[in-house]
Design a protein around this ligand. Structure first.
Ligand code: SR1
Ligand code: MG
Length: 399
């Protein structure tokens, strides 16, 4: 019989005392449930001095933001913990540290990052972290290179694919990114004022053909162990520090999906900036987002190329010039996936605060339309974008 039970705050404290690895576990006395994501319970555990010391995260057997009518595998806790552990091996400086996990209870214990803030909230407020884009590029380069065929022995790589088979979480992405926005679906959610813009998505065969190609790549291109959901709400930042969290969508998929999700979320902020900051301040914020995208991609490509030169173990993939060819394909994939992130966050089930919290309705609709149009354009031109300067030029064209 399954040991699983949903944790109360008291359970979370007892669990952290037992598995938090602290020298003084009895000082842990209190917990607050702080989960504001779509899926899980997250408890912050406090000590007798009211300091938060550790995080306990538990998967619920259903999608939290929808309810028990949408059951969801508890195995995602294992997949999340193991993805983070694998990424930590390759990039400890930018991955949250997992201290313990338990498959039966679908629980993991993690380091507390209370001295950090969620990047999305900071981007919305216009608070700039000068190192963040480069650090994210570094995280993506190291985690994706060291879990790819460039580095892993083919047997190890295939074992990694098997370990990270993640059908239920992938199905969420397959539906929410590549199906729902392009059909009438009860999960979709958007203001009636943009009805015509959304209808145009359903009535665009060229767009739907390009989306089919992105979905096909998501289904079948087992290139590296992805984070799988690396949006700005899955990233903590502090002065000079960046940490990825929340990897339950981890699986072996196309590298451009992680890079494109990251770029897509910077573009969502770009589209929402006039609604969040006002037209005048938005201009500077938008320039900064374009610089962020440039730095993210340049750092990712430079680091990945350097690792390919020094650490590629496959004789054929080590052929000079091949990694440059490969990265061109990754960039065009990323541009397409970024476009699909813009669209699904504007009209699908799961929205982002960058657009959702704009209080002026007309402004919000204008920002949503911008995100949809930019998303469409990126999906359609993705194959023509072979360097990041070209991407920035294209984004400016659709402003
Ligand atoms: C039902 S889950 C909806 C979204 O939340 C997660 O953070 C992923 O982005 C997913 O698509
Ligand atoms: Mg998440």
């Amino acid at each position: 019989m399954s040991q699983y039970r949903t944790f109360t705050a008291a359970d979370a404290v007892a669990y952290a005392q037992q598995f938090g690895g602290l020298d003084n576990p009895d000082e842990l006395v209190d917990a607050r449930e702080i989960g504001d994501g779509n899926l899980n319970l997250v408890f912050k555990i406090f000590d007798i001095h009211h300091q938060s010391r550790i995080i306990v995260k538990q998967a619920l057997p259903y999608v939290r933001c929808v309810g028990e009518s949408w059951p969801l595998t508890l195995d995602r806790a294992r997949l999340e913990a193991q993805t983070l552990v694998e990424h930590y091996r390759h990039c400890p400086q930018h991955t949250v540290k997992v201290l313990h996990y338990d498959a039966a209870l679908a629980v993991m214990v993690m380091e507390d990052l209370s001295d950090h803030r969620i990047w999305r909230g900071e981007l919305i407020k216009g608070v700039h972290y000068p190192a963040a884009a480069q650090q994210l590029g570094e995280y993506l380069a190291r985690t994706l290179f060291y879990t790819s065929d460039f580095y892993l022995h083919p047997h190890k790589k295939k074992a990694l694919v098997a370990q990270f088979i993640n059908p239920e979480m992938c199905e969420i992405t397959e539906d929410l990114f590549f199906n729902d926005p392009y059909q009438i679906h009860e999960r979709n959610s958007y203001p009636a004022a943009i009805d015509a813009d959304v209808a145009a998505l359903r009535d665009d065969p060229a767009l739907k053909r390009a989306v089919a190609s992105l979905k096909h790549s998501f289904f079948s291109h087992a290139e590296a162990l992805l984070h799988g959901d690396i949006h700005s709400g899955s990233i903590f930042v502090a002065d000079g520090s960046l940490k990825a969290i929340d990897a339950e969508f981890g699986y072996v998929g196309p590298i451009g999906f992680d890079v494109g999700t990251a770029i897509g979320n910077l573009l969502l902020n770009y589209c929402g900036a006039p609604g969040q900051l006002g037209i005048r301040d938005a201009a500077a914020a938008r320039e900064q987002r374009l610089t962020d995208i440039h730095e993210l991609w340049s750092t990712f490509a430079t680091r990945f190329t350097r690792l390919a030169v020094t650490d590629t173990r496959d004789a054929a993939l080590a052929q000079p010039g091949y990694v440059e060819d490969f990265l061109k394909k990754v960039l065009s994939d990323a541009v397409g996936f970024a476009g699909s992130e813009l669209i699904r966050r504007s009209v699908g089930l799961s929205h982002v605060a960058d657009l959702d919290t704009i209080s002026d309705e007309e402004m919000q609709h204008a920002c949503l339309r911008h995100a949809i149009e930019l998303g469409k354009a990126l999906i359609l031109i993705a194959g023509q974008v072979d360097n990041v300067d070209e991407l920035v030029i294209r984004v400016r064209q659709y402003s």
